[in-house]
Design a protein around this ligand. Structure first.
Ligand code: PAF
Length: 285
């Protein structure tokens, strides 16, 4: 069932709660691919009813980013959800979510602001305000859908860690279920932004997974010094790649580590053909 208004979703949720059914939420920005489908399947397996939100959230895009050209494929998304056994696809428009004229400024809108320690690094460094927008919309979705479980992909690992922190700090009654990264056979992590890549760029984009896999095999052979592990990345980089960051952090609290262990997640962001791509790996996996 495709719903566009908050009131319709609330009415449906009320009905489900009355019947004692468990509710799963899969928040998305649409342009659904097999990565999303793996989250949806997990949610359908675990919960009595599943809501997939499809909302290109304007307040998490920074000026100059791809808000206008972000792929919008609601009909196909709705069909994929239907086929997968989703109960409700919630696709509001920006005015429904934020009220007319309220967006893009916290002069008028109440924001949820995650801690600076978690956002002044990795994607948050170049995407200033991005995680304020993410936490604000996810919090609103939690309030609207009141899910027992919410499903997020490990691909956006910083986002997942920040959302877990928000849920803990604000005592939000939802269990966050992390879902593994889904990759093409080539190793490329699935992302809605892969649609921007040409065939040639797609080959070049393998640099992210190649660097991560190579670091992981060096780690498995006994190299734990982070500077030494970082060094191994350079043999893969060429003029087609613009490395934004390669960081080694504790996967619980995003603290940088000088020595890697099995709790270290390696994060990479790299521009390929002008498209900003991210990936990550947990060492030892
Ligand atoms: O990961 C995404 O697609 C978005 O950041 C999310 C969680 C749906 C919030 O808009």
């Amino acid at each position: 069932m495709l719903l566009h208004t908050i009131n319709e979703v609330r009415a449906q949720v009320k009905e489900w709660k009355k019947q004692g059914l468990t509710i799963g939420l899969v928040p998305t920005m649409g342009a659904l691919h097999d990565g999303h489908l793996s989250l949806i399947k997990k949610a359908v397996e675990k919960c009595d009813r599943v809501v997939v939100s499809v909302f290109v959230n304007p307040i998490q895009f920074c000026p100059g980013e791809d808000l206008d050209k972000y792929p919008r494929t609601l009909d196909a998304d709705n069909k994929m959800c239907d086929d997968a056994g989703v109960s409700v696809v919630f696709a509001p428009n920006p005015n429904e979510m934020y009220g007319e004229g309220q967006m893009r400024t916290n002069d008028f809108l109440t924001y949820v602001i995650p801690p600076f320690f978690y956002v002044n690094k990795l994607c948050g460094k170049s995407r200033v305000g991005h995680f304020d927008g993410v936490c604000t919309v996810v919090n609103k979705l939690f309030n609207i859908v009141q899910p027992d479980y919410a499903f997020f992909g490990q691909k956006d690992a910083q986002q997942l860690i920040i959302i877990k922190k928000m849920v803990k700090d604000l005592n939000i009654p939802v269990e966050i279920i992390p879902c593994p990264i889904v990759r093409e056979e080539s190793g490329l992590a699935l992302s809605s932004r892969n649609k921007y890549l040409s065939d040639e760029d797609k080959k070049e984009a393998l640099v992210l997974s190649k660097i991560l896999n190579n670091i992981n095999s060096c780690y498995k052979k006994g190299v734990t010094d982070v500077e030494a592990l970082k060094e191994t990345a350079y043999e893969f980089l060429n003029e087609h790649h613009e490395l934004e960051y390669l960081e080694f952090m504790n996967q619980e609290d995003l603290e940088k580590v000088p020595q890697a262990d099995n709790n270290t997640r390696v994060f990479i962001a790299c521009r390929v053909g002008g498209v900003r791509l991210i990936d990550n790996i947990l060492l030892g996996e």
